[in-house]
Ligand binder design. Structure first.
Ligand code: F6R
Length: 242
């Protein structure tokens, strides 16, 4: 595991964007796994800048997002489909049918989940998976549990996650209670993983993830077993790392 500590959020974002762009430059047909939330917004901004400056070309890239709220329509401005358009997709040249996000309004959740895993498999698996981390240790929306859920599945969001995400909504009651998320197996099968975290609120969980027991109670702790993980954290989130 490689840990890169940056001075601030902007540097974290630049470093992360450089790593994603390098992946695409080395392998133009890369399959990228993407995250949403507050953490990667700066990284997407940097990637858009790099695209505009001809430093990276996404025309052959395929993307799979980690998760989507359920139920939600992709036209809803709180959906992750909308978020991805806003922050990345509408600004770069990734092909429309190469972007994948779980369908938050599917009538057949089991088929959607199965189909999502199949599509990742058929694309050759994920080359580089970008992750954020919840204050409870979730990655994707794999919440603390007694077992690791393997494939894409429907989850009930923890109260802690609902409270953390309430900042993006008018009212906490508006935060969806469920989501469709890639499972731990799908994430762990990615060839490389890039996890980002910033701010003091993530310091404790970063410490637990890196040095604590490997347990489904701290889902991100399983990354200790992955052979190719890069963690980019700002110094506030890294304050317990010796
Ligand atoms: C988002 C996702 C979540 C977030 C995590 C951190 O697609 O899968 O695991 O990465 O909740 O969210 P922020 O970045 O808002 O702190």
């Amino acid at each position: 595991m490689r840990i890169i500590i940056t001075d601030n959020y902007q540097e974290m974002s630049k470093k992360a964007a450089t790593l994603v762009a390098s992946q695409v430059n080395i392998k133009p047909g890369s399959v990228l796994g993407l995250a949403t939330g507050g953490t990667p917004v700066g990284m997407y901004k940097e990637l858009v800048k790099m695209y505009q400056d001809d430093e990276v070309d996404f025309s052959e890239v395929t993307t799979f997002n980690l998760d989507e709220y359920y139920p939600i329509d992709q036209t809803n401005d709180q959906s992750y489909a909308y978020y991805m358009q806003e922050h990345l997709f509408q600004h770069i040249n990734v092909a429309k049918d190469s972007m994948h996000i779980p369908n938050g309004k599917t009538k057949d959740v089991d088929q959607e989940c199965y189909g999502y895993d199949q599509a990742i498999y058929n694309a050759g698996g994920i080359d580089l998976q970008v992750l954020g981390i919840g204050t409870n240790g979730h990655i994707g929306f794999n919440e603390p549990d007694i077992t690791f859920e393997s494939g894409t599945h429907k989850v009930t969001l923890d109260q802690e996650t609902i409270e953390a995400n309430a900042r993006f909504f008018d009212r906490i009651d508006d935060v969806p209670k469920e989501a469709i998320s890639m499972g731990m197996k799908t994430i762990m099968q990615s060839k490389k993983i890039l996890l980002l975290a910033n701010g003091e609120s993530k310091a404790q969980i970063i410490d637990k993830m890196l040095f604590g027991e490997i347990s489904p109670n701290v889902p991100a702790s399983i990354l200790q077993l992955h052979p190719h993980v890069i963690i980019v954290v700002d110094k506030e989130a890294a304050q317990y790392i010796e």
